[in-house]
Design a protein around this ligand. Structure first.
Ligand code: IPD
Ligand code: CA
Ligand code: CA
Length: 263
């Protein structure tokens, strides 16, 4: 697959930051056993990765605006283009030595997600997509799962963490989903959840209260693989706190149905 200049810029930024994160992840394993634990080290690794990504992107597209998890909003002279960046999605996994985390870089143009890169440097899995040009995993074209019988579905989800609101409502939804599908999985990286739905590993995925950097790249990757991605009400507010529901047309419809079942 020949990549466009735009995707090359995004991929190079993700690979460079990924090399740093992979090195730092090796270090986390040593720090696990220390009294203080790896907390401060991980937040420094996170910030370093973000600096690398923003630096690389700015070299190629100096005028674009940026929304990044650690440094927030930086308005460029070009406000119609915005990078949306999560330098380390799956921080809790990283902190615990669980090798499931990703770098997520999305590009929004005039309010529409047009390109996305999600990279897991430990599994060496690079998911890329550009609007209208398909989604790929390490150069292999991705397609959404085709299953339509809910008893065969594997559904990904993310749950509200400690001190977050909505736990009881979420448990009601989980109850409705587990009584209808084959299995539910919870990875701890929303970007990876969407990438895996694009790859057909998951039939569908839902989560409330995601931040824009968790899902920006994943939205375009999943859509380019034929996945329907909406917010939790079937609308388009995924980047504005509306949550995410994803799956092929049948799965998406059924998931929305399960989520509205009385618990
Ligand atoms: C988190 C992960 C997790 C999701 C949380 C996110 P972080 O991002 O994506 O899967 O459940 O809502 O905040 O903090 O690891 O970048
Ligand atoms: Ca995140
Ligand atoms: Ca993060």
């Amino acid at each position: 697959m020949a990549r466009t200049a735009l995707l090359n810029v995004m991929v190079n930024a993700a690979l460079k930051a990924g090399r740093g994160l992979a090195r730092d992840f090796g270090e986390v394993e040593n720090l696990q056993v220390s009294v203080k634990g790896p907390g401060d080290f991980v937040s420094a690794a996170d910030k370093r990765a973000e600096e690398v990504i923003i630096g690389e992107l700015a070299k190629a597209r100096p005028t674009y605006s940026v929304l990044a998890e650690e440094s927030g909003t930086t308005e460029g002279s070009d406000t119609s283009h915005r990078w949306i960046i999560d330098p380390l999605d799956g921080t809790t996994n990283f902190l615990h030595g669980i090798p499931l985390f990703a770098i997520s870089i999305g590009l929004e143009r005039e309010g529409v997600m047009v390109a996305g890169v999600i990279y897991n440097p430990i599994m060496n899995e690079l998911f890329v997509a550009e609007r209208g040009a398909g989604a790929f995993l390490n150069d292999r074209r991705l397609r959404a799962a085709r299953r339509s019988d809910p008893t065969t579905f594997v559904i990904g989800t993310g749950m509200p963490q400690l001190h977050r609101p909505g736990q009881d409502e979420y448990l009601g939804e989980l109850r409705a989903v587990i009584r209808n599908v084959a299995a539910v999985r919870r990875l701890g990286s929303a970007a990876t959840d969407l990438a895996w739905t694009a790859a057909g590993r998951y039939d569908g995925y839902w989560q409330h209260m995601v931040s824009p950097w968790d899902v920006a790249a994943g939205i375009v990757i999943a859509r380019e693989a034929g996945v329907i991605v909406t917010d939790a009400s079937g609308g388009d507010t995924m980047l504005d706190g509306g949550g995410v529901v994803a799956g092929n047309e049948t799965v998406h419809r059924q998931l929305l149905g399960f989520l509205s079942e009385p618990s």
